[in-house]
Design a protein around this ligand. Sequence first.
Ligand code: PLP
Length: 362
Amino acid sequence: MPFIDLKAQYQALRDPIAERMQRVLDHGQYIMGPEVKELEEKLASFVGVKHCITVASGTEALLIALMALDLKPGDEVITTPFTFAATVEVIALLGGVPVYADIEPDTCNIDASRIEALITPRTRAILPVSLYGQVCDMAEINAIAARHGNIPVIEDAAQSFGASYQGRKSCGLSTFGATSFFPSKPLGCYGDGGALFTDDDTLAQAAREIRVHGQSQRYTHTRVGVGGRMDTLQCAILLAKLERFEWELARRREIGDRYQQLLASLPVQRLAVRPDRDCVWAQFTLMLQKRPAVQKALSEAGIPTAIHYPKPLHRQPAYARPELSLPHAEAAAETVMSLPMSADLSQAQQDAVVAALAKALG
Ligand SMILES: *Cc1c(COP(=O)(O)O)cnc(C)c1O
């Protein structure tokens, strides 16, 4: 059983993907071809914002967002310690200082109630992550940002594209939404890709320029930028995948709900999903004690698992902050475990996972 079944998805979309790719090969505009704009328009309308800027990856989306906001060395960015390293890497690359708010122990998302106390005159942005596919407490985070002179808020939505929050879509909830199209994300291409979303015309323009080496026109470099475009073929692949995306989201919610029900009788802690939002389960993650033994037993039963993430960032060598204690993030790193999850996971496969887990837990 695969951890994420990308082959089944490809089988279902073989023809539309082949057609879309062939069209790109025929017209030959491999960089910034017509599919780039078509995808940006479709994604902006899906999210419900004015601007979508496709970029080379989710990491690049975060980096370009911070560059568009003109993050300077020494500027502070409030974020979560419990995320993929890219969230904090981009802050460090620009000489910024990550300031960590601990997480909520039941959702593993940043605890918004801890953010306000961390704001200083150097706070330049708040960068929460919508982890595992559930949007973090954006209303509360936006309210705090507004109270302190409209601090920009970037949602790292690499895992939550397609998720809803209070009737609106992830990526369209703050100054910037940044997502990733890495193959295993809820909407994945066949290589690297990502996108930024915003309603702000000036920031959108800045992001578009930064994406192509800071050019306002060809060979007029008005600012320092990056080589951060998403290529036309990857955009074409996503256009084909969009045909099935709503179905996949519905399946993810269904499978996630079913896992939650099936796990109710087992000695594990399920992730809490708040009533004003849904979860698209980029990973299906639960929390448990004696994780190494359970993982080993599952692996022997042919069930792959993963850990998102085994160390909080303030304990990673590159970002080590030994003086910091963030107990909820530290505890989550010891107990989280993700089970096989994808829109194509069958009921029989899911039953096999749960049966093997029940056995492993004794
Ligand atoms: C995957 C991921 C990223 C990085 O996306 P890439 O497209 O791999 O660069 C950033 N943040 C989070 C939370 C992610 O899960």
